[in-house]
Design a protein around this ligand. Structure first.
Ligand SMILES: Cc1cc2nc3c(=O)[nH]c(=O)nc-3n(C[C@H](O)[C@H](O)[C@H](O)COP(=O)(O)OP(=O)(O)OC[C@H]3O[C@@H](n4cnc5c(N)ncnc54)[C@H](O)[C@@H]3O)c2cc1C
Length: 511
């Protein structure tokens, strides 16, 4: 039963109190002040990713001027920031918008069903006090993109023979003592390149850390502090300085990504040149840092102030590029015959992708199968009424896209209010060619590609990958188009509604 503090039915039920869900709460407050909403969070705390991951050195690899919200300046001197600072920032944002009392913690959503006759979602949640049911006109799924219960670990032969400790970064034991130990980190992604330098420094420093990778990743050093951002802040003040840095970084990210895609050979050469300078003389850069794929086929890993390269130079860390034959009692034997000794093995082998929190959805009793749906503007799914999801960028800060999605979402709500609509369903032409929703070669995406929604081959069904395109489509474009079917179950709505052209023009949105 909804508690006395929960309106029934709610206008919007946000699922997830991570950066997306808290952001959605802000945009609802700012742009749709009359709307009732609540946030259901499966865990006991807000912050999502930034509360879950507790491994040493946990940090962003995006700059916080673009990973932060449009509406809340990032004030810290570090542009690439550690998890605790990001968490504080998110929680401050929630408190500033009065969202704390709207978050229902330990409410794990396990199912949602849409009823067209009432134009309502019924949402079931598990709580420590038993099951609860909520009803809402809309669902906003700020549920992230991976399974919180379990990270991805391949089946390593001989795993049970290893006599040391095996840890997955998603489930870091609070009391793990790695001081003076030999550590092997299996993986080459953002988590591995964060862990390796972090575990070689400080009072808990390991004796030695080896990053064991099958395939190299593009790794580039960026300054942890952004001196230009600091100068802009001093000159123009907190708000204006933040917006200027944000614009600068959006442009820099967009153009470096585009140029990298256009000129992969030159980009590879530039990255290599910087690595040769940062690594010890004679280091085999091509073996360990020159991937077989092009820059940005997979996310490029950032190392703040070159900390990974520094750790290698110091001799406390190294990189081994090889294949695992088997775990052994004392470590890992490689196909080359070499054996890496380890007290601790960290499987930084990735995530299990999961959209909409793995929540089974039904529409009028029929189960929704994601692979049969097509994403509309990257926000909704064909055939599924009044459901918004927030999937951010994989080639830039996640939140840049989520902010635009929230802007469009609140414009859509206002549009529906204006015309008395209760429901909106994107309808895709069944003959439209489709392809996977996420165009990214990363392993965790490829492993789940067949379980995900699809994208179409043109606007508004094709997922854009660039901020400028999304500004055009989501912020400045018309709210309505021929792919949206609006409907109403209430008498107040006119039977046939003609929308004046002016109301499909851009609506100024507060942020
Ligand atoms: C270690 C790490 C570092 C990253 N660094 C960056 C970075 O630098 N830049 C970048 O752009 N991206 C980064 N990402 C991606 C990152 O996850 C996103 O950018 C962002 O934090 C996602 O926010 P979110 O709110 O959408 O999802 P999440 O942070 O995943 O939050 C989702 C929330 O929804 C809740 N939830 C899920 N399912 C349910 C359910 N069924 N019922 C109730 N609640 C539910 C979860 O408990 C969680 O609190 C990183 C990811 C990881 C794992």
């Amino acid at each position: 039963m909804p508690s006395a503090t929960t309106v029934d039915p709610l206008d919007v039920l946000i699922i997830g109190a991570g950066i997306s869900g808290i952001g959605a709460g802000h945009y609802l407050r700012a742009n749709c002040p009359g709307k009732s909403f609540a946030i259901l969070e499966g865990r006991a705390a807000s912050g999502g990713t930034w509360d879950l991951f507790r491994y040493p050195g946990i940090r962003s690899d995006s700059d916080l001027h673009t990973f932060g919200y449009d509406f809340k300046p990032w004030r810290d001197k570090d542009a690439i920031a550690d998890g605790a600072k990001i968490l504080d920032y998110l929680r401050e944002a929630a408190t500033a918008d009065g969202l704390d009392e709207l978050i229902h913690f330990n409410h794990n959503v396990i199912g949602a069903s849409w009823d067209s006759a009432e134009a309502l979602w019924t949402v079931d949640a598990e709580t420590p006090d038993g099951p609860r049911t909520f009803r809402a006109r809309w669902i906003f799924a700020g549920t992230g993109y991976y399974n919180y219960d379990e990270g991805y670990t391949p089946d390593f032969p001989g795993r049970e023979d290893f006599t040391g400790t095996i840890v997955h970064p998603q489930h870091w034991p609070e009391d793990l003592d790695h001081a003076g130990k030999k550590v092997v980190v299996v993986g080459s992604g953002a988590t591995a390149v964060t862990l390796v330098p972090a575990m070689t420094t400080g009072p808990q420093a390991a004796a030695h850390v080896t990053m064991l990778q099958r395939t190299p990743t593009f790794v580039t050093a960026l300054p942890r502090e952004d001196k230009i951002a600091q100068a802009l802040r001093r000159t123009f003040g907190e708000e204006r300085g933040y917006q200027l840095t944000r614009r600068k970084n959006i442009a820099v990210q967009h153009w470096t990504w585009r140029l990298a895609r256009r000129f992969p050979g030159q980009t590879r050469a530039l990255l290599r040149k910087a690595q040769v300078r940062a690594l010890p003389e004679g280091y085999d850069v091509d073996k360990h840092f020159n991937p077989p794929y092009d820059p940005w086929d997979q996310r490029l890993c950032v190392v703040p102030d070159g900390d990974l390269f520094r750790a290698i130079r110091s001799g406390r860390a190294d990189v081994v590029t090889d294949h695992i034959e088997t775990f052994t009692p004392r470590g890992i034997r490689l196909t080359s015959g070499e054996e890496l000794e380890a007290d601790i093995i960290i499987t930084a082998t990735g995530l299990n992708l999961r959209l909409i929190g793995g929540i089974p959805l039904t529409v009028d009793g029929a189960a929704v199968h994601f692979p049969e749906t097509v994403a509309y503007r990257g926000l909704m799914l064909s055939g599924v009424p009044n459901l918004a999801l927030s999937v951010g960028y994989t080639n830039a800060s996640w939140t840049l896209k989520v902010g635009l999605l929230c802007e469009y979402f609140t414009r859509l709500l206002r549009h529906m209010d204006t015309y008395g609509y209760d429901a909106v369903t994107p309808e895709a032409d069944p003959t439209m060619p489709t392809r996977p929703l996420l165009d990214f070669a990363a392993g965790y995406i490829q492993r789940s590609i067949d379980d995900l929604p699809r994208q179409g081959d043109h606007d508004p069904w094709a997922t854009t990958t660039g901020f400028p395109d999304d500004v055009r489509l989501l912020r400045n474009g018309p709210v309505n188009d021929a792919c949206l079917r609006f409907s109403s179950v209430h008498d107040t709505a006119p039977a046939t509604i003609t929308e004046p052209a002016t109301l499909t023009e851009p609506v100024e949105v507060a942020s």
